[in-house]
Design a protein around this ligand. Structure first.
Ligand code: TRP
Ligand code: ZN
Length: 492
């Protein structure tokens, strides 16, 4: 079991909540009072089998698209109501569909529009549905879930911070805004999801908020239309992304559109620019975002085209780590530096597009993102050899490990970030810049929207660069001790 804890739920439920939706047919906000819930048990499905988070996801379930409608009556609280329509299929025949949901209470479930037989297992944080007939592999179906808050509470045990749907209050305790911060498994606090990066999906996000409140989310769009009681904002995330990479923010945000960055985006097209800032954001905090266009030029030169047609950041005030939410970085005021923005920018390729097959391989995200910091600083005139030596000194001062993690505390440790980055630096030092660039671009192209494991990276190195390159990388991946720092001479 996990050491994560979850807290306050509505007083309604303790332990396993068993409701049959079949009799209900209600939409938001609630079952009619007095209607007796009918107990149903749906057998658990086999989880994906992640080596760090074995309970997450369902094996064989492939969610293609999430159409999400959220009603946020009071930003800055956990209150929310939602309707999620999952377009899904199976990579093998399915009798049961089981999605992760931690916190909100399910009110109604439909399978292809018809009332379904379902169970919300609160203890297991799963919503399970018995299918009226087995779903053949490859056949599409629609699962519609109507639910209401409070959003779940989930604390990252290593970082000690709130994950998922996080409310923000002002100094006087008044509710102000809410943001999502979901790596690795916080999205299930506000949305029923197959909550594992190996099942990336597209998203449509509609959020209705009171007058004056602004919504920012991953994807293109963001226009508002007047609806009863406020405004509805809509975003389309048309490239599949992992569930944790979905950003949603609601609050008194200022949207700032910038000039598109030409020729850095998908198929050589432009990347549209937009950022969101909370009230009274200083010029010093805004300043580094003016470099984003230049960052896209430098990084796309190494990694290939930026994977999304739009990019920017949404800034938040709490002192938490930055997160690489797709197309819309979640950037704390305290992290708004060029270096962090470049790091999160590189994750748009490594993590958000080349997705993890298992959390044990998270160095494949963090190593590349950290190495991008060096590539950026180098483009500004810094010496790569000096940066690598600084990383090496930091690593030497502490225990290290092979790069594939075996425990949760290892996921975001110095080995994942710095040793991961040095593995790439060692490869570059051995093969030269031209071959390294070809390798990076090939790895991204071959694995976009496909789950990768460390073995896939090694195989890619062997294929593109040959057995010596595979060995150089392999030593950094596998050695129980810290390999020697390669001497740095730039090779063309
Ligand atoms: N992926 C983040 C980064 O390095 C770090 C991170 C891990 C994180 N877990 C998180 C950030 C949870 C915020 C919340 O860019
Ligand atoms: Zn990172």
């Amino acid at each position: 079991m996990t050491r994560r804890r979850w807290g306050q739920r509505s007083g309604l439920v303790a332990g396993v909540l068993l409701w049959a939706g079949a009799a209900s047919g209600q939409v938001v906000p609630a079952l009619p009072p007095g209607q007796p819930p009918r107990a149903v048990t749906v057998p658990p499905a086999e989880p994906i089998g992640d080596s760090i988070y074995p309970h997450l996801g369902q094996k064989g379930l492939d969610v293609l698209h999430y159409d999400v409608t959220l009603y946020i009556d009071q930003p800055g609280t956990r209150g929310l109501r939602g309707v999620a329509v999952l377009t899904l299929t199976g990579t093998r025949p399915l009798n049961v569909v089981s999605v992760d949901l931690l916190g909100p209470t399910v009110q109604d479930v439909r399978w292809n529009g018809q009332p379904a037989v379902w169970q919300q297992d609160v203890a297991a944080a799963k919503l399970r549905v018995t299918l009226p007939a087995p779903l053949p592999a490859g056949q599409r179906a629609q699962l519609t879930v109507t639910y209401a808050g409070p959003a779940g509470t989930l604390v990252d045990p290593e970082l000690g911070l709130d994950l998922g749907w996080v409310p923000v209050q002002d100094a006087a305790g008044r509710p102000v805004s809410s943001y999502t911060l979901s790596e690795p498994d916080g999205t299930r606090t506000f949305l029923p999801v197959n909550d594992h990066p190996s099942d990336p999906a597209t998203f449509t996000v509609h959020v209705t908020v009171p007058p004056g409140v602004v919504v920012a989310a991953s994807g293109v769009g963001g226009a508002a239309r007047e609806v009863a009681g406020g405004r509805e904002f809509t975003f389309e995330q048309r490239q599949p992304i992992p569930t944790y990479a979905l950003a949603v923010q609601v609050g008194p945000l200022e949207r700032v559109d910038g000039p598109a960055v030409p020729a850095t985006g998908p198929e050589g097209g432009p990347v549209q620019r937009r950022d969101y800032f909370p009230p009274d954001t200083s010029d010093a905090v805004r300043a580094p975002y003016a470099q984003v266009g230049e960052m896209l030029r430098v990084l796309s030169g190494w990694f290939g085209p930026f994977p999304f047609p739009v990019y920017g950041a949404a800034v938040i005030t709490p002192r938490v780590p930055a997160l690489e939410t797709a197309t819309l970085l979640t950037m704390p005021v305290s992290s708004s530096s060029e270096r962090v923005i470049v790091h999160e920018g590189a994750h748009q390729w490594f993590g958000d597009t080349v997705v993890l097959g298992d959390w044990a391989d998270v160095w494949l995200n963090e190593g590349f993102a950290t190495y991008a910091e060096l590539l950026w600083l180098e483009s500004r005139g810094d010496d790569p050899g000096r940066i690598a030596a600084t990383w090496y000194d930091r690593l030497r001062a502490q225990p290290t490990r092979p790069l594939v993690a075996t425990t949760e505390p290892q996921l975001f440790d110095a080995s994942a970030y710095l040793r991961g980055a040095l593995a790439l630096h060692a490869l570059r030092a051995a093969v030269g810049d031209a071959a390294f660039r070809t390798f990076l671009r090939g790895y991204v192209q071959d694995h976009s929207r496909r789950p990768v494991r460390t073995a896939d990276l090694l195989a890619s190195a062997q294929r593109t660069l040959g057995p010596v390159a595979r060995t150089v990388l392999g030593v950094w991946v596998e050695s129980p001790t810290l390999p020697p720092l390669p001497a740095w001479h730039r090779l063309p």
